[in-house]
Design a protein around this ligand. Structure first.
Ligand code: GLY
Length: 252
Protein backbone atom coordinates (compact mmCIF):
# COMPACT_ATOMS: atom_id res chain seq x y z
CA UNK A 1 0.00 0.00 0.00
CA UNK A 2 1.20 3.53 -0.76
CA UNK A 3 0.50 5.06 2.64
CA UNK A 4 0.87 8.68 1.52
CA UNK A 5 -1.59 8.17 -1.31
CA UNK A 6 -4.01 6.15 0.85
CA UNK A 7 -4.07 8.88 3.51
CA UNK A 8 -4.48 11.81 1.11
CA UNK A 9 -7.14 9.99 -0.94
CA UNK A 10 -9.03 8.98 2.22
CA UNK A 11 -9.29 12.60 3.34
CA UNK A 12 -10.02 13.81 -0.20
CA UNK A 13 -12.97 11.38 -0.17
CA UNK A 14 -14.15 13.22 2.97
CA UNK A 15 -14.06 16.58 1.13
CA UNK A 16 -10.52 17.76 2.00
CA UNK A 17 -8.38 19.61 -0.53
CA UNK A 18 -4.96 17.98 -1.00
CA UNK A 19 -2.18 20.56 -0.48
CA UNK A 20 1.46 19.91 -1.50
CA UNK A 21 4.18 20.00 1.15
CA UNK A 22 5.38 23.55 1.90
CA UNK A 23 9.12 24.45 2.05
CA UNK A 24 11.12 23.22 5.06
CA UNK A 25 12.16 26.81 5.79
CA UNK A 26 8.91 28.60 6.61
CA UNK A 27 8.01 32.22 6.14
CA UNK A 28 7.65 32.58 9.93
CA UNK A 29 9.94 34.58 12.22
CA UNK A 30 9.18 32.27 15.18
CA UNK A 31 10.49 29.07 13.53
CA UNK A 32 13.75 28.09 11.83
CA UNK A 33 12.25 24.97 10.22
CA UNK A 34 8.76 23.69 9.47
CA UNK A 35 8.22 21.39 12.45
CA UNK A 36 4.64 20.21 11.83
CA UNK A 37 2.03 19.87 9.11
CA UNK A 38 0.05 22.79 10.52
CA UNK A 39 2.83 25.37 10.12
CA UNK A 40 1.84 26.49 6.59
CA UNK A 41 -1.72 27.00 7.86
CA UNK A 42 -0.91 28.95 11.02
CA UNK A 43 -2.40 32.23 9.84
CA UNK A 44 -5.64 30.50 8.79
CA UNK A 45 -6.03 29.01 12.29
CA UNK A 46 -5.49 32.41 13.90
CA UNK A 47 -7.92 34.14 11.52
CA UNK A 48 -5.23 36.46 10.07
CA UNK A 49 -6.12 35.19 6.60
CA UNK A 50 -9.64 34.14 5.62
CA UNK A 51 -10.72 30.51 5.70
CA UNK A 52 -10.19 28.78 2.33
CA UNK A 53 -12.95 27.00 0.44
CA UNK A 54 -13.31 24.18 1.31
CA UNK A 55 -12.16 24.94 4.88
CA UNK A 56 -10.69 21.46 5.26
CA UNK A 57 -7.31 20.33 3.92
CA UNK A 58 -4.92 17.40 3.94
CA UNK A 59 -1.17 17.22 3.28
CA UNK A 60 2.02 15.20 3.61
CA UNK A 61 4.44 17.79 5.03
CA UNK A 62 8.22 17.41 5.26
CA UNK A 63 9.36 18.44 8.76
CA UNK A 64 12.58 18.97 10.70
CA UNK A 65 12.70 18.73 14.50
CA UNK A 66 16.30 19.52 15.35
CA UNK A 67 15.95 22.48 17.68
CA UNK A 68 13.40 24.75 19.31
CA UNK A 69 10.29 23.53 21.09
CA UNK A 70 10.09 20.21 19.23
CA UNK A 71 13.64 18.89 19.26
CA UNK A 72 14.13 15.18 18.53
CA UNK A 73 17.90 15.46 18.03
CA UNK A 74 18.86 14.06 21.44
CA UNK A 75 16.74 10.94 20.86
CA UNK A 76 18.26 10.01 17.51
CA UNK A 77 20.30 6.82 17.83
CA UNK A 78 18.68 5.95 21.18
CA UNK A 79 15.21 5.01 19.98
CA UNK A 80 13.88 3.16 16.93
CA UNK A 81 11.34 5.90 16.22
CA UNK A 82 13.10 9.30 16.25
CA UNK A 83 14.83 11.11 13.45
CA UNK A 84 15.16 14.82 12.80
CA UNK A 85 13.72 14.85 9.25
CA UNK A 86 10.39 13.14 8.65
CA UNK A 87 7.09 13.36 6.79
CA UNK A 88 3.88 14.16 8.61
CA UNK A 89 0.50 13.24 7.16
CA UNK A 90 -2.22 15.55 8.40
CA UNK A 91 -5.83 16.61 8.08
CA UNK A 92 -6.89 20.13 9.01
CA UNK A 93 -10.23 21.75 9.73
CA UNK A 94 -10.40 25.52 9.91
CA UNK A 95 -13.52 25.95 12.01
CA UNK A 96 -15.41 23.22 10.14
CA UNK A 97 -15.43 19.85 11.94
CA UNK A 98 -14.06 19.40 15.44
CA UNK A 99 -13.38 16.55 17.90
CA UNK A 100 -16.18 14.15 16.91
CA UNK A 101 -15.33 13.92 13.21
CA UNK A 102 -11.55 14.13 13.73
CA UNK A 103 -11.73 11.10 16.03
CA UNK A 104 -14.13 9.18 13.77
CA UNK A 105 -11.98 9.82 10.67
CA UNK A 106 -8.78 8.76 12.43
CA UNK A 107 -10.36 5.57 13.74
CA UNK A 108 -11.81 4.71 10.33
CA UNK A 109 -8.44 5.24 8.63
CA UNK A 110 -6.45 3.25 11.16
CA UNK A 111 -8.85 0.31 11.49
CA UNK A 112 -10.43 0.13 8.02
CA UNK A 113 -7.78 1.44 5.62
CA UNK A 114 -4.56 0.47 7.42
CA UNK A 115 -6.47 -2.41 9.07
CA UNK A 116 -4.40 -2.26 12.24
CA UNK A 117 -5.79 -4.76 14.77
CA UNK A 118 -7.99 -3.02 17.35
CA UNK A 119 -6.52 -5.06 20.19
CA UNK A 120 -3.15 -3.36 19.54
CA UNK A 121 -4.51 0.19 19.75
CA UNK A 122 -4.63 2.61 22.68
CA UNK A 123 -5.50 6.31 22.84
CA UNK A 124 -4.76 9.19 25.17
CA UNK A 125 -6.67 12.38 25.94
CA UNK A 126 -5.89 15.47 28.00
CA UNK A 127 -6.75 14.80 31.66
CA UNK A 128 -9.45 17.51 31.56
CA UNK A 129 -11.00 16.42 28.25
CA UNK A 130 -14.14 14.44 29.20
CA UNK A 131 -15.64 15.22 25.80
CA UNK A 132 -12.80 13.51 23.87
CA UNK A 133 -12.87 10.59 26.33
CA UNK A 134 -16.62 10.10 25.71
CA UNK A 135 -16.15 10.33 21.93
CA UNK A 136 -13.38 7.73 21.99
CA UNK A 137 -15.57 5.42 24.10
CA UNK A 138 -17.82 5.08 21.03
CA UNK A 139 -14.92 3.33 19.27
CA UNK A 140 -12.64 1.71 21.85
CA UNK A 141 -12.98 0.18 25.34
CA UNK A 142 -12.47 2.72 28.13
CA UNK A 143 -9.64 0.61 29.61
CA UNK A 144 -7.68 1.53 26.47
CA UNK A 145 -8.15 5.29 26.92
CA UNK A 146 -5.54 7.02 29.09
CA UNK A 147 -5.63 10.54 30.51
CA UNK A 148 -2.38 12.51 30.67
CA UNK A 149 -1.51 16.11 31.57
CA UNK A 150 -0.15 19.06 29.61
CA UNK A 151 3.28 17.51 29.07
CA UNK A 152 1.82 14.73 26.87
CA UNK A 153 -1.56 16.00 25.78
CA UNK A 154 -1.34 19.73 25.11
CA UNK A 155 0.26 20.64 21.80
CA UNK A 156 1.74 23.88 20.51
CA UNK A 157 4.00 24.51 17.53
CA UNK A 158 6.39 26.83 19.40
CA UNK A 159 6.47 29.19 22.35
CA UNK A 160 3.74 31.20 20.65
CA UNK A 161 1.02 30.35 18.13
CA UNK A 162 -2.08 28.18 17.76
CA UNK A 163 -2.39 25.35 20.28
CA UNK A 164 -4.78 23.14 22.21
CA UNK A 165 -5.39 19.88 24.04
CA UNK A 166 -4.62 16.80 22.00
CA UNK A 167 -5.40 13.11 21.73
CA UNK A 168 -2.88 10.54 20.56
CA UNK A 169 -3.22 7.06 19.04
CA UNK A 170 -0.70 4.41 20.09
CA UNK A 171 0.14 1.03 18.58
CA UNK A 172 1.39 -1.74 20.87
CA UNK A 173 4.36 -3.44 19.15
CA UNK A 174 4.29 -6.24 21.72
CA UNK A 175 6.00 -7.05 24.99
CA UNK A 176 7.84 -9.93 23.30
CA UNK A 177 9.82 -7.37 21.27
CA UNK A 178 10.18 -4.53 23.77
CA UNK A 179 10.43 -5.11 27.50
CA UNK A 180 12.54 -2.37 29.07
CA UNK A 181 11.23 -0.63 32.22
CA UNK A 182 10.14 2.25 29.94
CA UNK A 183 7.88 0.03 27.81
CA UNK A 184 4.51 0.97 29.31
CA UNK A 185 1.80 3.35 28.06
CA UNK A 186 3.21 6.82 28.66
CA UNK A 187 6.79 5.56 29.04
CA UNK A 188 9.76 6.49 26.84
CA UNK A 189 10.25 3.00 25.38
CA UNK A 190 9.44 1.96 21.80
CA UNK A 191 6.80 -0.69 22.65
CA UNK A 192 3.81 1.67 22.68
CA UNK A 193 4.41 3.71 19.55
CA UNK A 194 2.60 7.01 19.15
CA UNK A 195 1.45 7.07 15.55
CA UNK A 196 -1.02 9.95 15.32
CA UNK A 197 -1.69 13.15 17.22
CA UNK A 198 -5.09 14.84 16.97
CA UNK A 199 -4.82 18.44 18.14
CA UNK A 200 -8.01 20.21 19.10
CA UNK A 201 -6.87 23.74 18.18
CA UNK A 202 -8.68 26.12 20.46
CA UNK A 203 -6.21 28.81 21.55
CA UNK A 204 -3.45 31.11 20.40
CA UNK A 205 -0.60 31.54 22.90
CA UNK A 206 1.00 35.01 22.96
CA UNK A 207 4.57 35.80 24.09
CA UNK A 208 3.38 36.57 27.66
CA UNK A 209 2.00 33.00 27.83
CA UNK A 210 -1.63 34.11 27.67
CA UNK A 211 -4.11 31.83 25.87
CA UNK A 212 -6.69 33.56 23.68
CA UNK A 213 -9.50 31.51 22.10
CA UNK A 214 -9.15 31.10 18.33
CA UNK A 215 -11.94 32.56 16.16
CA UNK A 216 -13.23 28.99 15.60
CA UNK A 217 -12.28 25.65 17.23
CA UNK A 218 -10.24 23.79 14.62
CA UNK A 219 -8.42 20.53 13.97
CA UNK A 220 -4.74 19.84 13.25
CA UNK A 221 -3.54 16.26 13.10
CA UNK A 222 -0.14 14.71 12.51
CA UNK A 223 0.48 11.06 11.62
CA UNK A 224 4.09 9.90 11.34
CA UNK A 225 4.67 8.38 7.90
CA UNK A 226 7.88 6.58 8.91
CA UNK A 227 6.35 5.01 12.05
CA UNK A 228 3.25 3.81 10.23
CA UNK A 229 5.32 2.47 7.33
CA UNK A 230 7.48 0.46 9.73
CA UNK A 231 4.37 -1.02 11.41
CA UNK A 232 2.74 -1.88 8.08
CA UNK A 233 5.95 -3.59 6.92
CA UNK A 234 6.33 -5.56 10.17
CA UNK A 235 9.54 -3.73 11.16
CA UNK A 236 10.39 -2.66 14.69
CA UNK A 237 12.55 0.30 13.69
CA UNK A 238 11.76 3.13 11.29
CA UNK A 239 15.24 2.68 9.87
CA UNK A 240 14.45 -0.90 8.76
CA UNK A 241 11.49 0.24 6.65
CA UNK A 242 11.43 0.73 2.90
CA UNK A 243 11.70 4.50 3.44
CA UNK A 244 15.28 4.14 4.70
CA UNK A 245 16.72 0.77 3.61
CA UNK A 246 17.20 1.67 -0.10
CA UNK A 247 19.19 4.75 1.00
CA UNK A 248 21.19 2.79 3.58
CA UNK A 249 21.91 0.00 1.07
CA UNK A 250 23.02 2.52 -1.55
CA UNK A 251 25.40 4.19 0.90
CA UNK A 252 26.72 0.77 2.02
N1 GLY B 1 0.63 19.28 14.93
C1 GLY B 1 0.53 18.04 15.56
C2 GLY B 1 1.81 17.39 15.85
O1 GLY B 1 2.83 17.81 15.34
O2 GLY B 1 1.85 16.45 16.59
Amino acid sequence: MDIREAYLNFFASKGHEIIPSAPLVPNDATLLFTNAGMVPFKSIFTGEVPRPTPPIRTSCQTCIRAGGKHNDLDNVGYTARHHTFFEMLGNFSFGEYFKKDAIAYAWEFVTQVLKLPKDRLYVTVHESDDEAFALWEQHIAKERIYRFGDHDNFWQMGDTGPCGPCSEIFYDQGGEHFNTPEDYMGGDGDRFLEIWNLVFMQYERSSDGKLTPLPKPSIDTGMGLERVTAIMEGKFSNYDSSLFMPLINEVA
